[in-house]
Design a protein around this ligand. Structure first.
Ligand code: SIN
Length: 490
């Protein structure tokens, strides 16, 4: 059975450039696959270099108009976008679940999560305040103003097809920037629907342009944006190698960059932790979106004194998770995005077993459901030589390593090039501040597994990238500071 989608008017099936919903310049299209059934259910234009250039032309022309729209008016348009997104929550939720695979409750939840960023930045648009600086000499006035950077290229991932678009486009619009966007090839439909609603909310032509492209054509589209000096900023969520490529390739035009890249999040449970709360936090953090989240715990460190009690309880919960398609309302874990993703999880688990890890539950692909399903898995006796300790598994696997002291576990947690999220559970207040200070991570969860919120800064350190999304900092990423100095006032 497949998940029905009612909202045909939210599926334009074309890309938006300027005022026009168009086919690709050479009329090529590519297929969109339902990961639950591995069957094609839609197609969208396969955008070309010519489309990418046309999108920048439109965004560049619209920039002078949009930046001059008073902030309050921009805020009202963005707020209307939020209202329309929430009014279409059910349809958008179904669309997300159909093309991305997450259970329907999570699809609906993602719509609300996306809208929370849109609403937040509608409000922030009116607060892009600058500074009046006390002058060091008489007869001068000195000011620092915030200005929109210009045309922004937003390149978004498949794991949160609505939330990542919202988290990039809403602050860009609030700042007065215009946008060219390329959504992930696996999940282009949700982004087209969101852009359709933005248009309906009154976002003027050219302010948001969206080019859809297949995996093969994506480099052609992105290269145009990298080379074009009119594109002043790139906001990207995805892998570290691609982020590094974008940073290198945008050096010639010195674009501003926000890079939200890979993670390898540690989740530490100390001997003084509240074990029930820690199990609950780990379940929430690890199994959100089937483990396909950059901030998902990827390495779990358990103190030896609580190891057995914790793993017993955890294994019971994990073994009870219901795996299945979003069309089944009991499903808690959906398919992985594609067979490559399921194969990677399989490789990590097999590698861990070969090097001495033990499977407490799961450890297999659920091929009877389809090629993209993997059983929720708990592994113990995991160590740092295993692939699952060094690469993001991006799936429903909990790899557990035993530890005996705080200094060792902090060293282990930080022994990774990445630094997006880290979590720990402890009830010792001195330890809490010590460990929070020591973890090399942009985001730290203390006795909490669910961290993301529109009012909080989201982003990493080290190879997890730079820039922040959400919060007051999320608007600054789309602005630069202009210093004005007027003299001869005496
Ligand atoms: C991500 O996986 O990149 C985003 C996750 C989130 O917003 O919590």
């Amino acid at each position: 059975m497949t998940l029905s989608i009612e909202c045909q008017d939210l599926m334009p099936g074309r890309q938006l450039i300027g005022a026009e919903w168009r086919e690709a310049s050479d009329a090529r299209r590519f297929d969109v696959t339902d990961p639950a059934t591995d069957t094609v259910f839609a197609s969208v234009p396969d955008g070309s270099a010519a489309d990418a250039r046309a999108a920048v032309d439109a965004a560049h022309a619209a920039f002078t108009i949009w930046r001059a729209v008073p902030a309050k008016q921009r805020a009202q348009i963005i707020k209307r976008w939020n209202d329309l997104v929430m009014a279409n929550q059910e349809d958008l939720g179904r669309l997300i679940s159909r093309e991305q695979g997450k259970p329907l409750a999570e699809g609906r939840g993602e719509v609300a999560y996306a809208a929370s960023y849109i609403e937040w930045f509608a409000e922030e648009a009116t607060r892009a305040n600058g500074d009046v600086i006390p002058a060091p000499v008489t007869g001068r006035r000195m000011l620092a103003l915030k200005e929109p950077v210009g045309v922004v290229a937003a390149i978004t991932p498949w794991n949160f097809p609505a939330a990542m678009i919202a988290r990039k486009i809403a602050p860009a619009l609030a700042a007065g920037c215009t946008v060219v966007c390329k959504p992930a090839e696996d999940t282009p439909l949700t982004s087209l629907a969101l852009v359709k609603l933005a248009q309906r909310a009154g976002v003027p032509p050219g302010v948001i342009n969206i080019v859809t492209a297949s995996r093969e054509r994506t480099p052609e589209v992105v290269d145009v944006w990298l080379d074009d000096a009119r594109v002043r900023k790139i906001s990207f969520t995805g892998s570290t190698p691609v982020g590094q490529h974008l940073a290198r390739r945008s050096a010639d035009t010195l674009k501003k960059l926000s890079l939200e890249l890979g993670g390898n999040a540690p989740f530490i449970i100390f001997e003084d932790a509240d074990i029930d709360a820690a199990v609950e936090g780990l379940m929430a953090a690890k199994f959100r979106n089937g483990g396909q989240t950059c901030v998902c715990p990827n390495r779990v460190f358990l103190h030896e004194r609580v190891h057995d009690a914790f793993t017993d309880r955890l294994t019971g919960y994990v073994a009870a998770l219901k795996v299945g398609p979003a069309s089944n309302q009991n499903s808690q874990i959906g398919p992985m995005i594609n067979a490559r993703a399921a194969e990677k999880i399989e490789r990590h688990v097999q590698d861990a077993i070969a090097k001495g890890a033990k499977v407490l539950t799961g450890g297999i692909r659920l091929s009877a459901l389809g090629p993209n399903y993997y059983a929720p898995t708990v592994l113990v006796n995991v160590d740092s030589t295993m692939a699952c300790s060094n690469e993001e598994t991006f799936g429903p696997v909990v790899p557990i390593t035993r530890f005996s002291n705080e200094a060792d576990v902090i060293a282990l947690a930080n022994a990774t090039p990445f630094g997006l999220a880290a979590y720990f559970y402890s009830s010792d207040v001195r330890r809490i501040w010590r460990v929070a200070d020591a973890l090399e991570s942009g985001i730290v969860g203390i006795n909490e597994g669910v961290l993301a919120a529109e009012a909080a800064p989201f982003g990493g350190v080290k190879a997890s990238g730079y820039g922040r999304e959400g919060s007051v900092h999320g608007l600054d990423d789309y602005m630069h500071v202009k210093y004005l100095c007027q003299g001869q006032l005496h």
